[in-house]
Design a protein. Structure first.
Length: 82
């Protein structure tokens, strides 16, 4: 299955490269001139483009604002302390 992703500005561009190499289709927030834009605008772009968002921003975990089922996926990455 090929998944379309949008990679947030806070993640390295290599994330998009790795997903592309795995056969998925990726765009970055930077490549689409969305750097620094409001969360709602980025979320809207993802919906319009049928893309799952890969992000570090925990604000996207607020299901009152970003209602499950209305998006193609929101993946919030977290660093695990060792």
């Amino acid at each position: 299955m090929i998944v379309q992703f949008k990679i947030d500005e806070n993640l390295p561009a290599e994330v998009a490269d790795l997903l592309d190499k795995a056969g998925h289709r990726c765009e970055t927030v930077d490549s689409e001139d969305l750097r620094g834009e409001a969360d709602a605008l980025i979320a809207s772009a993802c919906k319009k483009e049928h893309r799952a968002l890969v992000i570090l921003d925990t604000d996207f975990g607020d299901i009152r604002t970003f209602v499950p089922g209305q998006f193609y996926g929101i993946i919030i990455l977290r660093q695990v302390a060792r």
